[in-house]
Design a protein around this ligand. Structure first.
Ligand code: PEP
Length: 246
């Protein structure tokens, strides 16, 4: 049983419409029960649903975040984009940056670094995703890849108070496969050791589900989980949270 303050971040990716709002009732009820002893639930729906989720969660302690943002702090002529101040303005407190699905679409470490700086300046908490591909893992490059992502992604960022690092092995996202617990413990320790001053909060993401949470929760250095697929099913999401504490 964990006694630690844990974060459960639901990444809904490009799923959901207004008809998904009803599915949140169970989670709202659960959030008001005493079963979440210490911790926080955060939903990151698509931009189109942020305002509806904000309204829906008005009387409970569930927070909202976005799945990405533009790198500019200033407003400007960038058709189709949303800057972090706009997110803060509509009630978001978190933003995911550097997700592998966006890195694959061309986001570089340099761009990610700009986004993180701009989001922190906008007083958002940043969930910064890092992780190696299967080929990198097979070539024993995991540590060097993570190191590079951290070094350049966090270049000239000195205050880690509002920073979460989500370790998400790319080969684990949406595949049902997760690293061994021993491997994960070592990697999480490796990430933590790279910080001399304040260590950011560390999350694990990649195929977290109600079955593997029993093993994942034994990793003492983790502050929570980034949950994709399973978070769209309220029963599974609640189960993951419950099992983390029991
Ligand atoms: C994610 O994409 O952030 C994620 C964790 O996905 P899944 O849980 O579906 O692997």
């Amino acid at each position: 049983m964990t006694n630690k303050y844990m974060y459960f971040i639901a990444n809904w990716k490009m799923y959901g419409g207004l008809n998904s709002l009803n599915s949140l009732n169970k989670v709202i009820k659960f959030s008001k029960s005493r079963e979440i002893k210490k911790g926080r639930l955060i939903y990151c729906p698509p931009y189109t649903l942020l305002n509806s989720f904000f309204t829906k969660f008005k009387n409970c302690l569930i927070d909202i975040g976005a799945q990405n943002c533009h790198q500019n702090y200033e407003y400007g002529p960038h058709t189709g984009y949303i800057n972090p101040r706009m997110l803060k303005n509509i009630g978001a407190n978190y933003v995911i940056i550097g997700h592998s699905e966006n890195r694959t679409n061309g986001e570089t470490d340099k761009l990610i670094n700009k986004k993180i700086k701009s989001a922190l300046r906008s007083k958002l908490k940043v969930i910064f995703c890092i992780g190696e591909t299967l080929a990198e893992k097979k070539n024993k490059k995991t540590k060097s890849v993570l190191l590079k992502q951290i070094k350049f992604g966090l270049n000239k960022i000195n205050n880690n108070s509002n920073l979460f690092i989500a370790y998400e092995p790319v080969w684990s996202i949406g595949t049902g496969r997760i690293p061994s617990i021993k491997e994960l413990e070592q990697t999480i320790r490796f990430i933590k050791n790279k910080f001399k001053k304040k260590i950011p909060k560390i999350l694990y993401g990649g195929s977290v589900n109600p079955r593997n949470i029993k093993d994942l929760k034994t990793i003492k250095d983790l502050d929570g989980f980034l949950i994709g697929g399973a978070s769209q099913n309220p029963k599974k999401f609640i189960d993951i949270v419950k099992k983390t504490y029991n």
